[in-house]
Design a protein around this ligand. Structure first.
Ligand SMILES: [Zn+2]
Length: 148
């Protein structure tokens, strides 16, 4: 009798564990869906800003001075902020779903891929090369160029 109870207990426990794992998975999917929604929303907002920028430039083809220039500057800063939000949301989504990407082209990669199947970039070595460059300080010049 005691054996039977133990068996039942064991089964109940395993069902609970499975349900717990499924629940956790569902949680991740819900969170991922939320992030995807916010990515789409921000991408739409970014598109609207680009469109507004295009129209503003088209309306004032000659001069970038005065209120028009201010408007363009404001749009550029809104666009930059929106891009940063988008990047952050995409990184968050990748982390949540355990997705790794090619450092060169950004395509999604499978686990332990030595080469990107899209652009052919060598994966581990590229990361290694960056580390080495950082260590010997050669990367400083490149970074400064990118910030200009
Ligand atoms: Zn690639």
């Amino acid at each position: 009798m005691a054996d039977m109870e133990k068996k039942v207990e064991k089964i109940v426990k395993s069902v609970r564990d499975t349900a717990g794992a499924l629940y956790e998975k569902a949680d991740i999917q819900v969170e991922a869906a939320k992030i995807k929604y916010s990515i789409n929303k921000r991408a739409e907002e970014l598109g609207a800003l680009y469109s507004e920028l295009g129209m503003a430039i088209d309306k004032n083809r000659v001069t970038f001075e005065g209120p028009f220039g201010d408007h363009v500057e404001m749009l550029y800063s809104l666009i930059d902020a929106k891009k940063e939000e988008l990047d952050a949301a995409r990184v968050k989504l990748d982390l949540l779903l355990g997705i790794s990407r090619c450092e060169a082209c950004g395509h999604e990669l499978g686990e332990d891929m030595a080469f990107c199947p899209y652009c052919g970039a060598k994966q581990n070595e590229a990361a290694y090369a960056d580390e080495v460059k950082e260590e010997i300080g050669e990367a400083d010049d490149v970074n400064e160029m990118e910030n200009l």
